[in-house]
Unconditional design. Structure first.
Length: 133
């Protein structure tokens, strides 16, 4: 009976890390798909595309790899998430979601500013042509 309880407890403890990864990887994948789509539609420059790609890939690597590396360094099994609380999971997910939202809004603002600048330039050209005719 003791070993059954311990085995069940170990499974639940390992599940915390899995929940953390499963909650955050879709957000990061959505960000990666978004930036690739924006690049393919030529809405972002190649430099910005590389920058965003690096940020999101590093974030995914850190999310997936840091906790097992930390556990190994302190002598625990790699997927032992006994020190990972529900608050930690929610806090990490909220931070990544906020980062995604802020980054997405910044992209939209940049696109709107670019569109407004182009419209202003076009309007200025049309108005200057009307003066001379």
């Amino acid at each position: 009976c003791q070993t059954t309880v311990q085995t069940t407890l170990n499974g639940v403890i390992r599940m915390r890390y899995l929940v953390l990864v499963l909650l955050n990887v879709p957000i990061i994948l959505a960000a990666l798909i978004n930036i690739v789509t924006q690049y393919k539609l030529r809405k972002v420059s190649p430099a910005r595309f590389r920058h965003q790609l690096i940020i999101w890939l590093v974030l995914m690597i850190i999310l997936i790899g840091s906790f097992p590396l930390y556990n190994i360094s302190i002598g625990h099994p790699p997927l032992d998430s006994s020190e990972l609380s529900l608050f930690d999971i929610l806090q990490t997910t909220a931070i990544i979601l906020l980062f995604y939202t802020v980054n997405n809004q910044r992209q939209r603002i940049d696109q709107n500013e670019r569109r407004l600048r182009d419209l202003h330039q076009e309007l200025s050209i049309k108005l200057s042509n009307e003066k001379y005719y």
